[in-house]
Design a protein around this ligand. Structure first.
Ligand code: COA
Length: 473
């Protein structure tokens, strides 16, 4: 029997992310089946014990199978259920008799379809209560934890490369939104700590997961995709506590009449009033975003750069047009261009050619080389008038030595407590160096708007936290 199954609070969710032993019920040898992909994930990388359950097979991928969960002699902490809906109550009852602590129910066909499905959900909730089994789902993708390598995602790894270990946790009511985020993260080498898709939220809901992740030492930023909130008061109370420890981003859909109807048939969620949700966001100190891209951009800046102590931004560029666009975006997002301090002027005048005008945005011109950037970056980061630095680099110009440019910026950033983000416009050449920056914790963006929006999140988080949380560690 599991040691933690009867506890309330964040510990009760722990079994989903860090089980010692897992049984996959509905494991299959057929490559296109959900039960095959999940079994293969566990075979390839799970760090604990796992058991494959299928009543008709002897083995799957050379691993022994068990006819039922009860035929497994050892303890089972967590089960992953991928059998058709009508079989789930019987399977869950057996799990209860076995003493299983938690179940991820991948299966669809419950309250989101109504009628018989709603009855089936009531049945499994009763069984879970009787045996104190925590449920995730049904109708979900379940869990991915980059440290224990619990991976119940049924998307094959050749289609969805798993993101590396990192500081961002993502919880999502929708499996597809989760996949979009994870694929993006893997593609850009952005690290994930934990992921959960919790579907119909019949038992474990957004508030339980938020509470767990707020206490999780591997997580620095929590990003959430919601279609509805199951228990408003519980969620608001936990969110208020969570934002005291780390930033919480929230993307909530179902804001319109059509969106709320779609949410009801997708995960059985009641979207509620968007105005009320907005008020909850403000009261609890969460940061609301409106699109996957925005969530991804802001999550990574909050994970790797410190909160800004104020809203004064220095902009350094080698492209005048980009500088003008950034200046607009800075103002649009409630920030201000910092003044270049008088005391910095003599040195800059001496070291820069006459065609570099000393104003912010500081346009170093198309013939700028790494050294010119280095002088400007040091001056900005050392200046008391500057709270953060937005660096633009058009990497195509001949003066820039690309690899040592990345090293120089990373080095300057590591010596400063001020946030720094990079805007790297363009295609092929930019992609390569963006990856190098990201690997070193410097968020980069292809457009002025995305770079400024992300920097603004650091300013907002800084003011929410009263500047007392240093995330640069
Ligand atoms: N214990 C263990 N395994 C059992 C079993 C039991 N009591 N009863 C049946 N099985 C086995 C089956 O024999 C089958 O294995 P096989 O491939 O060797 O024949 C396997 O479990 C799966 O059962 P099957 O009847 O083939 O179902 P399926 O794979 O076609 O569909 C689901 C099962 C869960 C995938 C499907 O019902 C479903 O819900 N799909 C949608 C999932 C989804 O989108 N979720 C939301 C994501 S966001």
């Amino acid at each position: 029997m599991s040691a933690v199954k009867s506890l309330d609070g964040p510990q009760s969710v722990e079994l989903f992310f860090n089980p010692k032993s897992v049984a996959i019920i509905g494991a299959s040898a057929k490559q296109k089946k959900i039960g095959y992909v999940i079994a293969k994930n566990f075979i390839e990388s799970f760090k604990g014990k796992f058991f494959l359950v299928n009543p008709t097979l002897q083995e799957i991928l050379t691993h022994k199978t068990y006819p039922s969960v009860k035929s497994i002699k050892e303890d089972v902490d967590l089960v992953v259920i991928a059998v058709p809906a009508k079989l789930v109550p019987r399977v869950l009852e057996e799990c209860g008799e076995k003493g299983v602590g938690a179940a991820v129910i991948i299966t669809s066909g419950f309250n989101e379809v109504g009628g018989e499905g709603t009855k089936l959900l009531e049945e499994i909730l009763e069984i879970s209560k009787k045996h104190s089994i925590r449920l995730m789902g049904p109708n979900c993708m379940g869990v991915f934890n980059t440290s224990s390598m619990v991976d119940t995602l049924f998307i094959p790894r050749y289609r969805l490369k798993r993101a590396p270990q990192g500081k961002i946790a993502f919880i999502s009511q929708s499996g597809a939104s989760g996949i979009a985020f994870l694929d993006w993260a893997a593609g850009e080498r952005i690290g994930i700590s934990k992921f959960a898709s919790y579907g119909n939220a019949s038992d474990v809901d957004e508030a339980d997961l938020l509470e767990f992740l707020a206490a999780d030492k591997e997580t620095k930023v929590i990003a959430m995709y919601l279609e509805g909130v199951k228990e408003g008061r519980k969620f608001a109370k936990i969110a208020k506590e969570a934002t005291k420890t780390k930033p919480v981003l929230v993307l909530k859909s179902g804001a319109t009449y059509s969106g709320s109807k779609a949410a009801l048939s997708h995960t059985g969620s009641l979207s509620g009033s968007d105005k009320i949700f907005d008020a909850v966001v403000k009261q609890t100190g969460m940061i609301r975003v409106y699109d996957w891209e925005e969530m991804f951009d802001i999550a990574r800046v909050l994970a790797y750069q410190p909160a800004a102590k104020g809203n004064k931004v220095a902009v350094i560029t080698n492209g005048g047009g980009a500088g003008v666009m950034i200046a607009d975006e800075i103002e649009h997002h409630g920030m201000k261009l910092a003044e270049i301090e008088e005391k910095a002027m003599p040195e800059l005048k001496e070291k820069f050619p006459p065609h570099v005008t000393l104003r912010n945005p500081l346009d170093l011109a198309g013939d700028a080389d790494n050294e010119r950037y280095q002088i400007a970056i040091k001056s900005a980061l050392d200046s008391e008038a500057v709270d953060s630095l937005l660096l633009v680099c058009i990497p195509h110009t001949p003066g820039i030595d690309l690899e040592s440019f990345v090293d120089m910026v990373v080095d300057a950033s590591s010596k400063s407590k001020k946030p720094l983000v990079v805007c790297l416009p363009g295609g092929r050449i930019s992609f390569g160096i963006r990856e190098l920056f990201e690997e070193n914790g410097i968020p980069t963006y292809p457009t002025p708007m995305r770079a400024a929006l992300s920097l603004a999140a650091l300013v907002k988080y800084g003011s929410l936290k009263n500047n007392d949380l240093d995330t640069k560690s």
